[in-house]
Write a protein that binds this ligand. Sequence first.
Ligand SMILES: Cc1cc2nc3c(=O)[nH]c(=O)nc-3n(C[C@H](O)[C@H](O)[C@H](O)COP(=O)(O)OP(=O)(O)OC[C@H]3O[C@@H](n4cnc5c(N)ncnc54)[C@H](O)[C@@H]3O)c2cc1C
Length: 401
Amino acid sequence: MKMVDGPELESFRLEARVWLEANLPLSMRDNTGQVAAAMVDGAPQPEEVILWRNSLGARGWGVPTWPRRYGGGGLTVSEARVLKEEMARIGAGNPVGGLGVMMFGPTLLEYGSPEQLERHIPPIARGELRWCQGFSEPAAGSDLASLQMAAVDDGDNFRVTGQKVWTTGAQYAHWCFCLVRTDRGPRKHDGISFLMIDMASPGIDVRPIVLISGESPFCETFFTDVIVPKANLVGPRGGGWQVAKRLLQHERQNTSAGSSPIGMASTADIGTLARSHVGVDSAGRLVDLDLRHRIAEHQMEARTFALTHARAEAEARANTGPSNTASILKNAGAKVRADRAELMIELMGHEGLYWCEETRGWLRGKAGAIAGGSAEIQNNIIAKRILGLPDAADTHGTKDA
Ligand SMILES: Cc1cc2nc3c(=O)[nH]c(=O)nc-3n(C[C@H](O)[C@H](O)[C@H](O)COP(=O)(O)OP(=O)(O)OC[C@H]3O[C@@H](n4cnc5c(N)ncnc54)[C@H](O)[C@@H]3O)c2cc1C
C-alpha cells in the first residue's frame, strides 16, 4: 500500500530531492554497487566515495535519525523513510556505515556519558572513524561470558591483556569496542566491562585471517599491557554485560536485512540469471517448471521479509529501539539469503562450480547464520525471551542469556 504523505513530508521530500540533485556527484548516481563495495570490512575508500561521504556526513543524513547535536540528521522516522526513497530514486548509496553506525553508535547514544557522546558520535556520523568489535575470544563465542581478556586496575587506567578473534575489519579500525574482565563475581557475566580502546595504542597486534576465498575480512587481535583510560568505560565497571546485550540487539536488527557487507550474497538479479542459464519458453517463462516454482516462492518470501524488516525497523525507531525480535529477523534474513545463494548455484549448473561472484556469495552467505550469534543461539533467545519457554540448560552467560 502506497503511503500518502502530508504537506510537511512533501516539502521535506522536495528539500531532499533538491539537495541530492545538487550534492550527489554524477559519478555516484546509480552507483550503489560501488558504494557498497567501498564499505566492505572498512577497507580504505576511493576518493570519489570519500567526497560524497563528506557531503552526506556534513548534512547528517548518513545517520538520518541520530540527534543533530551529535552530527546526525535529527529527522523523524517518516522523514528518514522519505530520504531513503529519494536516495533510491536518484541511485545514491550511503557511504556512512560500518560497525560504528550499525551497532556501536546506537548503543553509546543510550549508555554513554555526555563527554563520550561529544567525542565519539560526531566522527561516526561523518563516517570518518571506523570501529571494530572485540567480543569473541578463542574459547568464548556463543558462550561469550566465558571471556578472559583481563583489564587490570592501574590508577586512572586499565592494563589490558588478552586475545580477541574474528574481529571484523580490525586491520582498518581506529577504535575497538571491547568486552573485558575487570572483576570476577559469582556468575561469569558479573565483572565484565565494556571498554573503548584506541587501536593506535602500543601493545596491540592485529593479524588478518586469510580465508578460503583469499580475503581477510577478519583478524586475530592480541593485546599486551595496553593502557586504556578508565574514562573509556561505557556503563558501570562490571556492568558491561547489559551494554553488550543491547549492542547485540542493534547488531542483529541492523545486519538482518543483509546490510552487513559480510553477510551479503551476490547482488545479481535471480530472475535474470535464471532466464539466461535455464532458458525460457515461448511465453517467456522458465522452461524448468520446478525451478520456476521455487524461484517464485523464494522471491515472494524475500519480498515479504523485506517489507516485514522495514516495518520492524520503523517500529523500533519510533519506540525504544530493537528488542529480542531482532533475533527472529536475523534468522529469517540469513535463511532468505542462504536460500537465494543455493538457488543461484543450482540454476547455474556446472558454471556454479566456477570461482565467480555467485559462488563467493554462496560461501559468504554461510557466515550470515553465525555472525552476531549463531542461528541456534537466536532460537534459544526466541524460545526463552519471546515464547517464554523454560530454560532447560544452564545457559547463563551465553549470548542468549
Ligand atoms: C562473518 C563473521 C563476522 C564476525 N565478526 C565478529 C567481530 O567483528 N567481532 C567479534 O567479536 N566476533 C565476530 N564474529 C564471531 C561470532 O560472534 C562467533 O563466531 C559466534 O558468536 C559463534 O561463536 P563460535 O564461532 O565460537 O562458535 P561456537 O560458540 O563454538 O559454536 C559452535 C556451534 O555450537 C552451537 N552452540 C553453541 N552453544 C550453543 C547453545 N547453548 N545451544 C545451541 N547451540 C549451541 C552454535 O550454534 C554453533 O553451531 C564473527 C563471525 C562471523 C561468522
